[in-house]
Design a protein around this ligand. Structure first.
Ligand SMILES: NC(=O)c1ccc[n+]([C@@H]2O[C@H](COP(=O)([O-])OP(=O)(O)OC[C@H]3O[C@@H](n4cnc5c(N)ncnc54)[C@H](O)[C@@H]3O)[C@@H](O)[C@H]2O)c1
Length: 375
């Protein structure tokens, strides 16, 4: 069986997540046989394999990435993601200068260059320039990996996607797919969008949600809970600036609130990025505590520690989001893709439990799949 043609994507923000995604596209190449495929939710999704994804354009603002082949930019400082696929040939795609806007927090300047962003001095593109590059490259989907708090920059690139008519995948907690006005505009233009804020494969959010759902289903009243996260990548460094965190906190907290039996008082639930620990690099450690009352109103407690490599943890989910977006493009479906957004993102337009969202996304894949092309 031969798979369908490629899926051409453009990336904004060639950081650790983009690196893990591109490494994954090569790692799960055509020569990796079925029995070796570990870590994917779907090996083939609607006839598309991970290696069908091709990066045709990329934007960043870091001097060590702009002007560099994207295959080398993904291993440039300050990226610190684990190198699980070192054999990545040059792609012929050069990272282009992006529009900086609010992408770079001022506090980053107080940290060593190997840990923080270094702004390139190349001229910034206008919206027309970005739209022209999306069209020239033949990109079908624009994948947003900007730093948390990039409100203006995310809107800028979302407008470019709308204008160029390319699908938009919003991995970050700036509310676009979950904003009814943007949702309506993507629907009007019949451009598919999935968002907001990618939910990692086995990360803090899904674990906290599943446990919260379990408390509800097993009749245990959840009284207090926290989720503390530490990490040492630029995502965590960026999030030291509390002013950039409002939407991240909302996204992460609402993801848990949405599956609680009853909405908890704000002071009984604390969910957030908690600190930047440089030596952890891309290792994210999450501590969850849940206190409740069970049968007979008797107290119980649960404590959990989860340790993951942050960026690879999101890349498989991104690969499935890209393939679902492509299925929508193939089927001529535009607007917010409700099922993929609910299953793959923390802050969709409409929240469902993970069980419901899982069933919905599998149905979406079946509905929009056409048979793979026979060899
Ligand atoms: N598991 C996960 O890793 C995970 C989960 C959920 C959400 N996210 C979100 O995904 C986003 C990307 O995460 P990351 O770890 O790759 O971050 P990162 O800091 O490694 O990468 C961000 C990249 O964006 C670039 N950039 C900054 N401003 C820009 C602009 N205006 N235009 C173009 N490029 C710009 C930076 O130079 C950097 O290369 C973050 O917002 C993060 O919170 C990640």
């Amino acid at each position: 069986m031969k798979t369908k043609g490629g899926i051409r994507i453009a990336i904004v923000g060639v950081g650790n997540c983009a690196s893990a995604l591109i490494q994954g596209i090569h790692y799960y190449g055509p020569n990796r046989h079925n029995e070796e495929v570990i870590g994917l939710m779907h090996e083939s999704l609607g006839g598309y394999r991970p290696s069908d994804i091709e990066v045709v354009a990329a934007f960043d603002i870091d001097a060590r990435k702009v002007g560099t082949d994207v295959s080398r930019a993904i291993f440039s400082a300050p990226n610190c993601v684990v190198k699980f696929e070192p054999n990545i040939p040059d792609s012929g795609v050069t990272v282009r200068m992006g529009a900086v806007l609010d992408g770079v927090s001022e506090h980053m300047a107080n940290y060593d260059e190997k840990r923080s962003f270094v702004r390139a001095d190349a001229p910034e593109p206008s919206r027309e320039d970005v739209v022209a590059e999306l069209r020239r490259s033949g990109a079908e989907i624009l994948v947003n990996y900007l730093p948390v708090g990039s409100e203006k920059a995310t809107r800028f690139y979302a407008e470019c996607a709308l204008e160029a008519g390319v699908g938009f995948i919003n991995n970050i907690p700036v509310f676009i797919a979950s904003d009814p006005e943007y949702a309506a505009r993507f629907a009007e233009r019949n451009v598919p969008i999935i968002g907001d804020d990618i939910k990692s494969q086995l990360g803090a959010t899904i674990v906290h949600r599943v446990l919260t759902d379990l408390f509800a289903k097993r009749g245990v009243k959840l009284l207090h809970t926290y989720q503390l996260n530490t990490g040492g990548n630029t995502d965590f460094l960026n999030m030291k600036n509390q002013e950039r965190l409002a939407s991240k906190k909302t996204s992460k907290t609402e993801a848990v609130q949405a599956v609680a039996k009853a909405r908890m008082e704000n002071e009984d639930i604390h969910v957030g990025p908690s600190d930047y620990v440089p030596w952890q690099n891309d290792n994210k450690v999450c501590f969850i505590r849940m206190e409740g009352h069970a049968f007979g109103n008797v107290p119980m407690e649960l404590e959990l520690r989860l340790s993951v490599q942050d960026s690879p943890n999101s890349a498989g989910v991104a690969i499935d989001m890209i393939r679902c977006c492509k299925l929508a493009l193939d089927s001529g479906v535009g607007g917010v893709l409700a099922a993929p957004s609910a299953y793959f993102c923390k802050h969709p337009l409409v929240q469902y439990t993970d069980d419901e969202a899982y069933k919905m996304v599998e149905e979406f894949i079946t509905t929009h799949s056409t048979e793979a092309v026979p060899a």
